[in-house]
Design a protein around this ligand. Structure first.
Ligand code: SAM
Ligand code: ZN
Length: 315
């Protein structure tokens, strides 16, 4: 890990005297194996390990992160290529819808980066630095592999509810498809919004009420308890995964997407993630607009699906 980025972080444990806390990289020897381990240490002595170049700031491991390991680990790995920029930019703008997207000299936080497609995109589009955060090892390893050679992305393992940054740090904070999988979504929105600088933008994508498959809702209590490898295999066979790992014989969701009127039960919205994730909240546009207003943002765009972008007002 590059030392010059360390100044971006504060200790997520003590958070005291924020400006004074600093980190150092040490090589220490394990008692039995004489292997060198890189760590970050705050002035109060709190230690965070760096594994595979990714600092781990998670204090209490959450069960939900294991579920995401299962979501990501089985999918096909493929490195991002220049020709993907157009596709991901279209997807990004379908969520963020930011007119005149200018990333020059901008510091970006990708909160819940998953496989890192948007971190990779924004670093390619000129951002100065992108901090990509997730609490799933499988997501981070995958994201790091797929965005190889992108030195402007710093991957960190952390719980979004306890991030190692000072408030008012980022020019752009994005969190697509993440907040609704947390126990207290509104609280997490508030936490993430504070990391946006006044004058910066906070963009999110959330599930909307009535938009998803109610069959999925009905069977979730059963599928959440099922053997996840077997369930993943089933989903893969019928195309209900996040990103399919092989060509499917029965790609039900895609067939139904093409003949939408037949899919009154919204079967095409069923995913492995939806069948297994611990939390699954949905919202109305009015609720989300209220979150932005309460946290002193001016809404600059929204879609009914729901995605929304807000500008943090200078008080
Ligand atoms: C549906 S994926 C979205 C990935 C990415 N934003 C995208 O659009 O491609 C949700 C990701 O959020 C992560 N996540 C959810 N809650 C989190 C939390 N509290 N802390 C860190 N990561 C979290 C999950 O591990 C998962 O990789
Ligand atoms: Zn500390």
């Amino acid at each position: 890990m590059n030392k010059k980025f360390i100044k971006l972080f504060i200790c997520p444990k003590c958070k005291l005297n924020k400006l004074d806390v600093s980190f150092e990289i040490l090589k220490i020897k394990k008692a039995k194996k004489s292997e060198n381990i890189e760590i970050l240490r705050c002035k109060k002595g709190h230690v965070f390990r760096i594994n595979n170049g990714i600092p781990n700031f998670v204090i209490n491991n959450k069960l939900e992160s294991k579920i995401y390991d299962d979501v990501w680990k089985n999918n096909r790995l493929s490195k991002y290529k220049n020709k993907d920029i157009k596709l991901y930019k279209k997807k990004f703008q379908s969520f963020a819808n930011i007119k005149k997207l200018n990333l020059q000299n901008k510091l970006v936080l990708d909160a819940g980066c998953g496989e890192g497609r948007f971190s990779w995109l924004l670093s390619n589009l000129g951002a100065k630095k992108v901090i990509a955060v997730d609490f799933s090892n499988a997501a981070l390893n995958r994201a790091k592999y797929q965005s190889a050679n992108q030195s402007k992305i710093i991957f960190i393992k952390a719980d979004l509810n306890n991030l190692p940054f000072k408030e008012n740090t980022f020019d752009l904070v994005i969190s697509f498809g993440v907040i609704h999988h947390n126990k207290y979504p509104e609280k997490l929105f508030h936490i993430l919004s504070k990391f946006t600088k006044p004058g910066g933008i906070f963009s999110i994508y959330l599930y909307r009420k009535y938009g998803m498959s109610f069959i999925q809702d009905m069977i979730r209590p059963i599928t959440k308890k099922m053997n996840r490898d077997k369930l993943h295999h089933f989903c893969e066979l019928f195309g209900f995964t996040v990103t399919p790992s092989k060509k499917m014989i029965f790609d039900i969701p895609n067939i139904l997407k093409k003949i939408r009127w037949i899919d009154v039960l919204r079967i095409n919205m069923i995913t492995f993630e939806g069948l297994t994730s611990t939390y699954w909240h949905r919202f109305s546009i009015r609720e989300i607009k209220n979150w932005y207003k309460k946290n002193n943002f001016k809404i600059i765009s929204f879609t009914r699906h729901i995605s929304m972008s807000g500008l943090r007002l200078k008080k």
